[in-house]
Ligand binder design. Sequence first.
Ligand SMILES: [Mg+2]
Length: 291
Amino acid sequence: MRTMQETDVLKSPEEFYDAYIFDMDGTIYLGEGLLPGAARMINELRRREIPVRYLSNNPTKDPEMYVKKLQKLGLPTPIEDISNTVVTTTNWLLQHYPDAVLFPISEEPLKRALRNAGFVLSEDPEEIDIVIASYDRTFEYKKLQIAFDAIWYYKRAFMIQTNPDRFCPFPGGRGEPDCACIVAAIEACTRVKSQANLGKPDPIMLETIMQSLPSARVEHSIMVGDRLQTDMQMAIDANMVSGLVLTGEATIPDVLKRTEEQRPSFVMDRVDRLIPQWAWDELGWTVDNDA
Ligand SMILES: [Mg+2]
C-alpha cells in the first residue's frame, strides 16, 4: 500500500506534447519484455502523428540494432527515431565541426556513422582536430599514444566524449568499463579535460535531438525515463517537460527526497499514463484491458 503522501506524488499529463523522447530500458521495456501499456501508448502517439525518439547512451550499437530489438518486441520503429550516442555525437559534430579531422577511440558503429556523414578519420596525430573518447572494448596503448600526441605533443586536438558512464551494467550484477575510464586515461596523461559529453545527463544530448525536430517546441516536448539523476535531470536542465515512470530504477521515496524544483513534472506508475485520461476514456482503455 502506498501512503497518502506517496500517492500525492503521482501525476500524469492532461494534454499531448509536441514530441516524446524516451529512455528505453526500464521505461519502454525491461530486459526482453515490453512494459505494461508501452505498445498501445506508442501506437496512439503514432496514430496522432506525434514525433517519437528513443535514447540510449550506448555508442557500441548501431541504431539498426535498436530497431531490431524494438521490432522483436512488437514496436516497428523507423531508424530516424533512434538517437543513441552514435547519432548524437555525429550530429553534434556536423553542426559544430563539420570539417574536423577525427580520431574516434571507439568501436565500429561510431566510426561507420562518422564516415557515412562525410568526416575524415585519421590516426595521424599531426592532423587530428578532435579525439572522441567512447565506450571502446578494443581500447589499447596505441590509441592512447595517438590521443596523447595529438592533444599534448602537437597541441592541436581537443577531446570530446560520447557518454559519461563509468561502467555499463549487465543483468546479474556484472558490468563492463565504459567511456569514463577512457576519458580518465587521456585526462591523466594530457591534463586536458573533455570539452563535451554527448550522452545523458548532459542537456547537449536533448538539444541535439530537438534540432532534428524543428516543429516541436522544446518547452512543450517531454522526456520520459526511469532515472532521476540522468533522464529527469537532463530534461530539467534542457527546459523540457519531464515524465518519470516508476517501472525501472526510481521510486516515490526517491522523488520525495528531491526539492520541488528538482522533481519531474509528472510521476507515473505506468508509461501509458502519458496518454491523457480523457483520451483513455475515448479509447475505452482501462489498466486491465491493455492489449
Ligand atoms: Mg532506463
